[in-house]
Every structure is written in C-alpha cells, then in structure tokens.
Write a protein that binds this ligand. Structure first.
Ligand code: GDP
Ligand code: MG
Length: 180
C-alpha cells in the first residue's frame, strides 16, 4: 500500500542560538540541499517548509529563522509562541556560543508556553579536524552533558558536509509527533 505523501500535520520549528552559529546555513542546506557560504546575516524569510517522512506518515516542518535579531538578543516571546520544537544551535569552534545555551533554554522555556522538545545541536562539526590543532572547542561529551541536564536531545551537525542534518530533523520530527 502506497503511503500518502501529503503531510498530515505541520509543526512549527524554531531555530535559535547566537549569531553566526550557522542557523541560516542549516536551513539552506535542509531546504535546498546545498552549502551556501556567504549568506548575509540578516537574510532570511520568516520560515521555510521541509517535508519529512517518518515511519508511517509524512509531516511538514516550518523552519523559522531569526533574520539577525539574535544579534541584539531581542528574540521576543512571540517568536517562540506556538512553537512545537526548537533546534538550539551552538558553534563547536566557539565556546561563547556554547556558554549562551543555558540562557537560550531559559528563553525558550519562558516563552513557549508548553513543554516542547529541544534538540541541542553542536554545529560546524566538519571543523573538528582543525579543532584538534589547538583551537578552542566544545567537545562532544560536554555537549551531551549539557543536553542531559536541560532535558534536551543532542546531535552534532555540519550543513557544510550535510552530516546529520536530516537526522536532526528526523529526531525532532519523531519527538514532536510523539507528543501529540
Ligand atoms: P547564523 O547567524 O546562525 O544564521 O549563521 P550563518 O548561517 O549565517 O553562518 C555563519 C557562518 O558560519 C557563515 O560564514 C557560514 O558559511 C558558516 N557555517 C555555517 N555552517 C557551517 C558548517 O557546517 N561548517 C563550516 N565550516 N562553516 C559553517
Ligand atoms: Mg542567520
């Protein structure tokens, strides 16, 4: 029996995290299948839609981008309103963006109005090779530990290579579906 390709439900997914961690690049990779290396920081429509297939159904994810407001730490409560899930991103080569995560989690919890799944995403993992050469980095164990403490899921991704990008969405899609 052929399964329906028409999405049975649409979920609102918020991308959050400090400026330059790779949120817009992540959305571009997901929706266009390419790595775009020179996006303007303020570029971005409100959201893009990505349809994914879970085991028995098809769902649509509305991926909301911040269009640069995160630079001023001014993501308002309304930005998270009616969100069904969050991808909270830091840059594994930039420890400051990891330190900000607790604040972002608090921001999400205060604004979302209900308990929603959060995927903590250590991004730009393709740079790991360079990290071993001595640059500041956030290691995987620290990421996992923070996720556990915050009740979030954890994954490392790279929109540059495409690594784990679809897996992150599947993980979130599954969690959001199971909260119905
Ligand atoms: P945003 O401010 O969170 O939306 O970040 P952007 O998507 O604008 O990305 C900031 C910078 O990081 C850009 O120069 C991107 O090309 C770069 N970038 C994003 N993702 C990756 C990645 O997976 N690997 C590498 N090496 N660079 C990335
Ligand atoms: Mg952006």
């Amino acid at each position: 029996q052929a399964k329906s390709k028409f999405p049975q439900r649409t979920f609102k997914v918020i991308l959050a995290g400090d400026a330059a961690v790779g949120k817009t690049t992540f959305i571009e990779r997901v929706c266009n299948g390419v790595f775009v290396s020179n996006l303007s920081s303020t570029i971005g429509v409100d959201f893009r839609v990505k349809t994914i297939e879970l085991d028995d159904k098809c769902i649509a994810l509305q991926l909301w981008d911040t269009a640069g407001q995160e630079r001023f730490r001014s993501l308002t409560k309304s930005y998270f309103r009616r969100a069904d899930g969050v991808i909270l991103m830091y840059d594994v080569t930039n420890e400051r963006t990891f330190v900000s995560i607790r604040q972002w989690i608090q921001n999400v919890e205060e604004s979302a109005g209900k308990k929603i799944p959060i995927i903590l995403c250590g991004n730009k993992i393709d740079l790991r090779e360079e990290l071993y050469k001595g640059a500041t980095c956030v290691n995987k164990e620290d990421g996992k530990k923070l996720a556990r403490q915050c009740g979030a899921f954890f994954i490392e991704t790279s929109p540059k290579t495409g690594y784990n990008v679809d897996t992150a969405l599947l993980l979130l899609g599954r969690e959001m579906s199971s909260m119905e």
